[in-house]
Design a binder for this molecule. Sequence first.
Ligand SMILES: [Zn+2]
Length: 339
Amino acid sequence: MNLPAALLAVLLSFGPSTYTVKPGDTLYSIATAQGTTVSALTALNRLQSPSVRVGQLLQLSSTVAAPAVQQIAGVTVTAPAQVRMGDAFVLRLSGTRAQEATVRFPSEVGEDVRLPNEVLKPVVSAGGTLVFGRVVLGKTTPVVYEIRVGEDVMRGSIPVTDQRQATQHLNLPSSISSRMQDPARKAEEEAVERAYALRTAQQWSQPFQVALSTRLTASAFGQPRTYTAGSPVVYHYGEDYLAKPGTPVRAVNAGVVVVAGKYPVRGGLVVIDHGLGITSLYFHQRRVLVRVGQTVERGQQLGEVGSEGVSNAPHLHLELRVRGEATRPAQWMNRIWPQ
Ligand SMILES: [Zn+2]
């Protein structure tokens, strides 16, 4: 038998981590026997219903190896060995046909993710040929990626580790929490969603840098929290920097201002589009000094720290999003690509 290299790579990566459905099997019995869950198998195999048929080949989430390097049709793909929920990461492609490849993340189907399974073209830059991935907060099943080069298709997966943080109960006074119900909130959400949908060219060439040099608060990125007693648990999508009111807030990198104004929840808000689906958001400012459409440089002042919107003390809430999903800001700082 003389297998093409691409097929061999697929067999090597999936051979020991698939299961063929046998008579009498149910999704539940398979999940139990394989140490995974029905929901994980459903998501991983993109099943439309919980019924399986004899002979069906299932991918098993819990045992999929982390292929650090795989090859397909002359393209070498390098993926992180593992990621955490809330991570941004890059898949690196190399080889003569790397720029012909398209990449998707099929595991996003069925997840609470904007534009799941989007067909992505790799970015070609001095850092190589790469595609951004994101691990939405709350996700614990592996990230599955699919690379296409011409007629060749390859899949790989990256295990996700849970960060397991205790839920923080903010118990905000109703004078602050009522802003969550402000009628103007609809326009606010629409403004940020428009920014998240942008797919412009890369605007930055230098490493990202912090927006404020003050210390972070105890409210960590990704922390589950409630705003008032009994309210639903939501994730903290950014990092909080404590600072005196009026402290300059600076752009983490070059880009174009796509939102600038005062909003009920985020207060004085600036959103910068850095290109490639990457946005940074700066919340709760008492003054905003830039306008929509303006190009900003890394380190340029955007506004002043305040406590506007849903906030109980002067601070900057900073977010860094990949195609609209919040990623860990600290991961971006002092480097050009997330790690
Ligand atoms: Zn915050």
